[in-house]
Design a protein around this ligand. Structure first.
Ligand code: ADP
Ligand code: MG
Length: 345
């Protein structure tokens, strides 16, 4: 399905050092905290008085992505952005990344350049510096492992364990889109496998395809919270699905919750395609994952500050742990929330 790069320079032609130089030549340092970048044994960072955040995410071909429908540029962009999302989920600002790359020599240099174009675009869009990495060969597909560092004002980091009974549960954006994007791509892939040469039918689905292939991290929400002077009591980003992330907040904060199905924000494109596929849209939101929205809690006193915002939705509240973790469906029925493998009712 995908276009291969026209020029094919074998990795061996450049050698490891030549390759690193080629891939990183267009990156320059933007952040004050990036003192020394690519080229030495280690990068130097200086965060003055801020608290430093660090996180790693690894993507494996065949496990996390399928190159038959994932353009390498998108893959690079997504690999970087999912890392930025983890820093935002701590109420921080991502500032540097290092990129660990393992690839087989079936990739020409131009393919890796596309991957780095995506990484570079994400770095520009989010104001992050590439300061290092590692490059090695792989016998089992492509592996991209990115480590991100970021800063947060001292004492302002938001963890998963600070929610209290009565706090409101809030989510940014809408959910389930990335999952439906994946279902659509998988369907078109199997059509293509059975009848090579057919063109995929993806028209009208830009939104959910972008949610899957080129997600964005919600730095704008972190800015909104700062501007409104809201310090969330707990926060997590939605990588595995709303259900499982709520579980994490409840378990770590030692609270129960009530989640209202009718409040869960779902885009019409997601909703309609889910119906077409015979999937409950609520299940997409609860178990789909990869939406990279932020899920956080605020004290009730802060409700007026976000009331009416188009960026976030209150979807429930935390309760006494003895009340359990509950989903209230659209007709008022009460269900136990499951961490994974949410079963339709
Ligand atoms: P070492 O042998 O000390 O690990 P390398 O040759 O692996 O050194 O790396 C040399 C420099 O290039 C280092 O600054 C390293 O961080 C950087 N680097 C290596 N691979 C990558 C990559 N894939 N992307 C960005 N920087 C890289
Ligand atoms: Mg190295």
């Amino acid at each position: 399905m995908l276009q291969q790069p026209v020029n094919k320079t074998e990795l061996g032609e450049l050698g490891e050092f030549g390759l690193i130089k080629q891939l990183t030549k267009d990156f320059s340092l933007k952040n004050k905290s990036s003192v020394l970048g690519v080229g030495d044994d280690a990068a130097i960072l200086n965060y003055d008085n801020a608290d430093v955040l660090i996180s790693t995410d690894m993507l494996l071909e065949g496990v996390h992505f399928d190159l038959t429908y994932t353009p390498l540029k998108h893959l690079g962009y997504k690999a970087a952005v999912v890392n930025f999302s983890d820093i935002y989920a701590m109420n921080g600002k991502p500032e540097q990344i290092t990129v660990g790359l393992a690839c087989s020599n079936r990739f020409p240099v131009e393919a890796l350049e596309q991957l780095y174009e995506g990484i570079g675009l994400a770095c520009v869009n989010y104001g992050v510096d590439l300061v290092g990495g590692d490059t090695t060969s792989s016998k089992a597909g492509l592996i991209v492992s990115i480590t991100v560092t970021g800063s947060v004002e001292k004492g302002k980091a938001v963890t998963r364990n600070g929610a209290s009974k009565g706090d409101l549960l809030v989510v940014s954006g809408d959910l389930g889109g990335a999952y439906m994007g994946l279902q659509l791509l998988e369907r078109e892939k199997s059509v293509f496998m059975e009848a090579p040469g057919t063109q995929p039918d993806l028209e009208g689905y830009d939104y959910i395809l972008e949610r899957q292939l080129k997600p964005e991290a919600r730095g704008d929400i972190i800015e909104l919270l700062k501007e409104k002077e809201i310090q969330p009591t707990s926060m997590i980003d939605i990588s595995d699905g709303l259900g499982s992330e709520i579980f994490h907040l409840c378990e770590q904060s030692l609270v129960g919750c009530k989640l209202y199905e009718e409040k869960i924000p779902i885009d019409p494109t997601t909703y309609n395609l889910a119906r077409e596929f015979g999937i409950d849209p609520t299940v997409c939101a609860l178990s789909g994952g990869e939406d990279y929205e932020l899920l956080f809690s605020i004290s009730q006193a802060d409700y007026d500050k976000i009331k009416g915002s188009m960026l976030v939705t209150v979807i429930g509240h935390f309760t006494d742990p003895a009340e359990g973790k509950l989903l209230i469906d659209k007709s008022g029925g009460v269900h136990d929330l499951k961490a994974q493998g949410w079963k339709s009712f």
